[in-house]
Design a protein around this ligand. Structure first.
Ligand code: SF4
Length: 311
């Protein structure tokens, strides 16, 4: 949950999620729709799908117990080298490295290696470097968990990207970047990529009983299987009112505009309100009460559109 979601948001959802799925078996036997609904509001739903599939894999192949070694852990959907290293070293105390952006930055500064931020070259070098550190710790019979956690914390709290607190750093006397005043040059900056733009025309359709029209997204691609207000996505430009009216089949009024940036797309939402319920539309659409919609899995922009329509 904490990968790319703020701690405060996770703290709101974690207890209820664990209460609903208190064991690997409970999670594995739950329907995916229930897991996605419990994940609602945390975003990046692929993580919930992977967690569910991983629980099933653990039940089928590992007798319901999370495996301790990084190779078996990497068989689980959504578990790459970083997560496998974190579980293996912190939970099972195996001498396996973890490298994230923070750790790579600390290691590069300590050694004075000015690789570009998050470049494949930087990560390759940092993984090799971290492996040697863990091997040295294992040879000295040191627990790998505090070493890995210490490196991550140092990068998150002290050796920060812009203004590292070198005077408070326990490693300053062996840090090349500090000695040569290169902290701001390591890692080297990378030009930020231009994200492809998507224009999303979302239409709020409300009937006389206050129910809202919703549709389910396809089961693959972005926000797979989540629910939304009828939404027309295009890549060329925002639609005009008459185009939205022709698409939805009812007169519309524009209510709001907002941007939603994901790691891969710059999404421009326009929220419209229809003055009547269209007489026809795809069979995947249905009218549901707001309380029913609250129990569905929604992406965060759609939560904003459907559940906070006044904003
Ligand atoms: S001395 Fe400064 S640059 Fe070097 S590791 Fe510590 S915080 Fe980072």
């Amino acid at each position: 949950m904490l990968q790319q979601t703020q701690v405060a948001r996770v703290l709101e959802r974690f207890p209820a999620f664990i209460a609903s799925f208190p064991s690997v078996h409970a999670l594995a036997s739950a329907p995916l729709s229930k897991v996605l609904a419990a994940w609602s509001g945390l975003g990046y739903y692929r993580r919930a799908r992977n967690l569910h599939a991983a629980a099933r894999h653990i039940v089928e192949h590992f007798n319901g117990r999370v495996p301790p070694d990084p190779e078996s852990l990497q068989e689980l959907p959504g578990v790459g080298r970083y997560t496998a290293g974190a579980i293996s070293s912190i939970v099972f105390h195996r001498p396996v490295p973890i490298v994230d952006g923070n750790v790579a930055r600390v290691l590069m500064r300590l050694d004075g290696k000015p690789f570009p931020h998050a470049s494949p070259q930087a990560l390759r070098w940092a993984w090799t470097q971290a492996e040697s550190l863990l091997a040295a710790a294992a040879a000295a019979r040191l627990d790998p968990a505090p070493l890995n956690e210490g490196l991550m914390e140092l990068g998150a709290i002290i050796c920060t990207p812009r203004t590292p607190a070198c005077n408070a750093c326990p490693l300053s006397d062996r840090c090349t970047a500090f000695r040569k005043s290169l902290q701001n040059k390591i890692p080297a900056p990378r030009p930020s990529p231009t994200l492809p733009r998507r224009f999303c025309e979302a239409v709020i359709v409300r009937d006389s009983r206050g129910r809202l029209l919703v549709e389910q997204r396809p089961h693959s691609g972005m926000w797979a299987g989540l629910w939304q207000a009828p939404t027309w996505e295009r890549s060329d430009r925002a639609a005009r009112a008459n185009e939205v009216e022709a698409w939805i089949g009812a007169p519309v009024t524009r209510k709001a505009r907002f941007r939603h940036a994901t790691s891969h797309r710059d999404m421009r939402f326009t929220v419209w309100e229809a003055s009547e319920v269209p007489s026809s539309g795809p069979p995947t659409r249905k009218l549901l009460s707001p309380s029913r919609i609250r129990s569905l899995a929604l992406s965060s922009p759609q939560e904003r559109i459907l559940l906070q329509p006044a904003r």
